[in-house]
Design a protein around this ligand. Structure first.
Ligand code: ATP
Ligand code: MG
Length: 393
């Protein structure tokens, strides 16, 4: 079917403007181009930056010689000529041989792609076995080249916008991060500096008990600082998604049993009830997932001391495995419940409990990297329950 030029123009413009995805726009456009003019293969070469050599950005084999010339090598030379000369280049076979193989009788056309006064690249068309391109066909191809240049310019703009947005996000994160971090680092450093300066004073003789007390504080605050720095680095890596997850098929019930064995060795009096009704396999990073449960145990020991911990693993439907992790401690007031997964957030009602407010943030990021969900439920004074859902394999 031949489409009249006017409706073809409409087709071209409409698709170029409406399609969000540049590849979809090109697919449409090239399909309508093929209705208006016969060609076997088409290739588009774009230089990422002006002056750079152009790379193949798009290739379509539509004609009968699909296999013979499916790769776009055929189009590169004529595309480069069109770019260099900034004009349409036509090429006929040296000696047309009507009885020879069609592939040998190639008619080529190279069209520069120009937008906003700049050459972005070129488009090449090939037609096997002739006839040569007629004047009106060249005109249609030139029209398509204008729209295609427009599509690629739009693509470049979209990429630039996305890059800028990501830089902007990073800068905002950096700002928040620096201000919170400097506060968090100063507190333990202040203790360490204060107590060591006091101990070093020449004018006072500290008795053994006081010396020990001060040194213990310095020792604890140093541990705190080390842990803080480790958590900060970990959370920064998770935030910038530079941590590589090592996904492997695993069973959550087995993983949790291992963590429980380790935790029991550390906290010999801890009472843990474990129940599993799921043997589903999930795709997970076992080290990172274990880290989550270790964090939850460390929180339970800190914030719900002497409470029993009940853990259950269940299938909630065919697609998800759910873990509930419940203590019967003091619980978390509702006003704080939504924020405990934020970076550095700590509920203010736990005086004297050391912590940086990074544990649950790290848990959440790890779960999200597994395409899962984590949240907490708590009835005041009736304990806290953490719920984790992970997709089954
Ligand atoms: P970190 O884990 O970085 O050492 P943290 O324990 O304070 O410090 P999170 O693990 O992120 O930080 O926990 C955030 C806050 O949520 C805690 O400060 C605490 O107030 C509250 N919380 C966490 N788990 C419980 C729990 N089981 N019971 C009561 N409150 C809890
Ligand atoms: Mg914690």
């Amino acid at each position: 079917m031949k489409i009249p030029n006017q409706s073809l123009r409409y087709h071209f413009w409409q698709n170029a403007v409406q399609e969000k995805d540049w590849k979809d726009a090109l697919d449409f456009l090239i399909a309508s181009l093929r209705d208006a003019l016969v060609f076997d293969n088409l290739a588009i070469f774009i230089s990422e930056k002006s002056g750079e050599t152009s790379e193949i950005a798009y290739a379509r084999a539509v004609g009968r010689e699909k296999k013979a010339e499916a790769d776009a090598n055929w189009g590169e030379e004529i595309a480069n000529q069109a770019i260099k000369r900034e004009e349409i280049v036509l090429k006929k076979p040296k000696e047309p041989n009507p009885n020879g193989k069609r592939v040998k009788n190639a008619y080529l056309i190279g069209l520069p792609l120009k937008a906003s006064g700049k050459i972005l690249g070129a488009m090449s068309l090939i037609r096997f076995g002739g006839p040569k391109y007629a004047e009106n066909h060249i005109e249609i191809a030139a029209l398509a080249a204008i729209i295609i240049a427009y599509i690629f310019e739009k693509r470049a703009l979209q990429e630039t916008i996305a890059e800028l947005e990501s830089v902007q996000r990073q800068m905002r994160l950096q700002d928040d991060f620096v201000s919170t971090i400097s506060h968090e680092l100063r507190t333990p450093l202040g203790f360490i500096k204060g107590y060591s300066t006091t101990l070093l004073r020449d004018d006072t003789d500290w008795d053994e008990e006081t010396r020990r007390e001060f040194l213990t504080i310095i020792d604890e605050e140093t541990d705190h600082l080390t842990e803080l720095i480790e958590n900060i680095l970990e959370s920064a890596r998770l935030e910038s998604q530079t941590i590589e997850m090592n996904f492997q098929p695993l069973r959550l019930d087995a993983l949790i049993r291992d963590v429980i064995t380790r935790v029991k060795a550390r906290y010999t009096n801890l009472e843990i009830v474990f129940n599993s009704n799921s043997e589903k396999i999930i795709q997970g990073d076992s080290t990172r997932l274990a880290q989550i449960f270790e964090n939850l145990f460390s929180n339970a020991v800190k914030y719900a001391p002497a409470s029993k911990i009940a853990i259950a693993v269940d299938n909630i439907n065919s697609a998800f495995v759910q873990v509930t992790f419940a203590d019967s401690g003091a619980g978390i007031p509702e006003a704080h419940l939504l924020f405990i997964f934020d970076r550095f957030y700590r509920v203010p009602d736990h005086p004297g409990k050391a912590g940086t407010g990074l544990g649950l943030f790290i848990c959440k990021r790890i779960i999200e990297a597994h395409r899962g969900k984590i949240w907490a439920e708590s009835e005041d004074k009736k304990g806290t329950c953490f719920i984790i859902q992970l997709p089954a394999q």
